[in-house]
Design a protein around this ligand. Sequence first.
Ligand code: PBG
Length: 324
Amino acid sequence: MAFPINRPRRLRRTDGLRRMVRETRLVPENLILPLFVCPGRDVKRAVESMPDVAQLSVDNAAREARETFATGVPAVILFGLPERKDPQGSEAWKDSGVVQNAIREIKERVPEMVVITDVCLCEYTDHGHCGVIAGKDVDNDATLELLAREALSHARAGADMVAPSDMMDGRVGAIRRTLDQNGFANTPIMAYSAKFASAFYGPFREAAESTPQFGDRRSYQMDPANGDEAMREVAMDLEEGADIVMVKPALPYLDLIYRVKQEFNCPLAAYSVSGEYSMIRAAGRNGWIDEQRATLEVLTAIKRAGADMILTYFAKDVARLLRP
Ligand code: PBG
């Protein structure tokens, strides 16, 4: 394989040649757009730390879903901002909650859109943690039933898929059993399996108004230093019935995206989170980086590492860029 017989540059000479030998292709079909749904009508409240992202009332969320679907992106994932928060997060399973209403509205206006729901309590609890509090910590087992209730309520409203992001042990199994017992054996679960306690969620917590009021999430989200443990989390979720597993965040954890794909060879999603989005947007706005190129490069890298699907706030913009 020695030079000068071999010259890798031969295949980089023209755009045609480069396209021909390109190994990884970003396509809109693999992208999922997160939406923040809030109460009210005709509300579009900008999220300051996430340029071009807004909290949307149900009507506007449905419009956004339709525009997104038209770009070729087939899926959205919904996060809800409740009317009222309480210690249990009980609006999470209210049949007339914002997410439940948004599911129905989107399924009615854009029936082919895949509607995924984030299943977690942190947006709904007054303390901002992802489960019920006992003492100074989140009570794992007491939270499981509430998460299952929330997932069931989403399925009943018509969700195509539920995505638990709370990181309680055993939640995939608890949700699977509840769905199965209530006639939703065919509703898939996308599990946030390897979800790390990350600084990159900062802007999301402004968008979802879910900042913990005391402490942090390190007693349930993973330590960023741990890769082998991430593999064990994925193995457990698959055993409990997860249909798709997820690594989150994406960019600082490309090694784990690669490992999960190699070790489990299962459908794999990666969540390119709010901080990843805001960094690119901020640097782009300052003229410090070419925003479009950086976005395409990062998302391509996440796919190259092994992700089949990418949750990204850039989904609609990227889909438009990719259009022939
Ligand atoms: C809720 C949840 C979070 C994100 C997705 N689901 C925040 C958190 O765990 O604090 C983060 C998404 C993002 O930063 O874009 N548990």
